[in-house]
Design a protein. Sequence first.
Length: 433
Amino acid sequence: MPSLDDEHFPSTPGKVKGERAHAMNRQFHRCFASTTTMFLWALFLIALTASYLSFQSFVDTGSRYLTASWGGIQWEKQVRTSAEIRRSGGFSVLVTGGAGFVGTHVSLALKKRGDGVVGLDNFNNYYDPSLKRARKTLLNNHGIFVVEGDINDARLLAKLFDVVAFTHVMHLAAQAGVRYAMENPHSYVHSNIAGLVALLEACKSANPQPAVVWASSSSVYGLNEKVPFSEADRTDQPASLYAATKKAGEEITHTYNHIYGLSITGLRFFTVYGPWGRPDMAYFSFTRNILQGKPITVYRGKNRVDLARDFTYIDDIVKGCLGSLDTAGKSTGSGGKKRGPAPYRIFNLGNTSPVTVPTLVGILERHLKMKAKKNIVDMPGNGDVPFTHANISLARMEFGYKPTTDLQTGLKKFVRWYLNYYGYNHGQSKLVN
Ligand SMILES: O=C(O)[C@H]1O[C@H](OP(=O)(O)OP(=O)(O)OC[C@H]2O[C@@H](n3ccc(=O)[nH]c3=O)[C@H](O)[C@@H]2O)[C@H](O)[C@@H](O)[C@H]1O
C-alpha cells in the first residue's frame, strides 16, 4: 500500500531527494514567514492594547481632575474657614457623614457653641440624596462647609489633615440600615470596614493625632437577652451583617488605640429619630405612607409579641456626642508612633424606655390625625432583633448623659418638621433656612 508520502512525492529516487528537499525548504520558508507575520501581528496587538490602556488611564486621570469636587486654593480656603475655632479651648472637628441625619445635627450644635466644623459626605443614593443636599444647604447657611468625597479616598483624607490640624474626628459616615444588608452586603464592608480603616489610617498618621468619636450601634447586642443592655454584655452574637460590621468596627478601633495611641470613643446609638431623619427608618416611612393612604407593614415577633425599640430623640443623641467629644482625652501618638496609652471607651446612647412598634404607629396616627392601614406580619428572618433597651449609667457617670425627650414629644417635633418640609403629599421640599 502506498504511503501518504509516496502519494505526494514522485517515485524516481534521485529526483525525489532533491525535490523533497526543495519542497521542505519552501515549506520551511512559508512556515517561517507565517510565524514572523503572526509575531508581528501579536506585537501590533500588544502595542494597540497598551496604547488603549494608557489612553484610558489618561482619560480617567484627566476626568478625575476635571470632575474632582475637592482640591484647589478656593476649596482649601473654604475648609480652613469652616474649621476656624471661635471659642477659647474650642475644637476643630471633622464630621464624616456630615450631610447625614446625625452628622447634620451634631455639626450645627458644634458650630453653635464656637467649634470649627468641616463635614465630609459622599452623598450616595442609599436614600434620596436631595434630602442630603438640603441638609448641606442648611449647614452652609450656618457657615459649615461639607466636602464631597468618600472616606475611602486616602488622598482626600491626607489632604484634609494637611489643611487643618483637626483636634477631633466625629466619624458618622456609614452604611446604615439593618435589613438592607441582605440586599447589598458589600456596601457595608465598603463603608463600615474599609472606610473605617481608611479613616483610622489617616488619623493615626496625622500630626497631631485627633481624638476619634464614632458611631457604633445598639445592634451589636444582637441576640443578647439580658435587659437592659449594658456595655459589658455579650456582643458576639450579631443578628445582621450591619451589626457584624459595627462590632468589627469596635475591634478595629481597639487595635488602632492599642498600636497607635488613638483616643477612641464608640457610641452605641439606639434607633435615633427626629427632624431631618433617615427616610429608610420605620417612623419616617410610616409617616409618608400614612399621609399617602398607603399601607404600612408592622413586623411582629415570635408568639405574636410586639417588637420594641429604645427610640432615642436626636437632641439627646447630640448631647451625648458633644459630651463624648468633651471628655474624649487626647491621642498620644504622632506620625504613626504611639507615645503612651490613650483612652478607649464605649457608651450606650439610648433613651432607657423601650416602646413597641404598634405604640409608635398609634402616636403617629394621633399626630397626623390619620389612621394607618396596617399589615401585621411575622418578622421575617432579616436581621431584626425583637427589642432593644439601653442601660445608660456609664454615659451618665462619664459626661452626665440624660435623655429628656419621650417618643410622644419627639415624634410631634418630627411630624411638624416633616409636614413643613414635604407638605401633606410628600411633594417638593420647602426652602431651607
Ligand atoms: O439602633 C440601631 O443601632 C439601629 O437603629 C435603626 O434600626 P432599627 O431599630 O431596625 O430601626 P427601624 O428600621 O426604624 O425599625 C424600627 C422597628 O420597626 C420595625 N419595622 C421596620 C420597618 C417596617 O417596615 N416595619 C417594621 O415593623 C423594625 O422591625 C423595628 O422593630 C437604624 O435603622 C440602624 O441603622 C441602626 O442605627
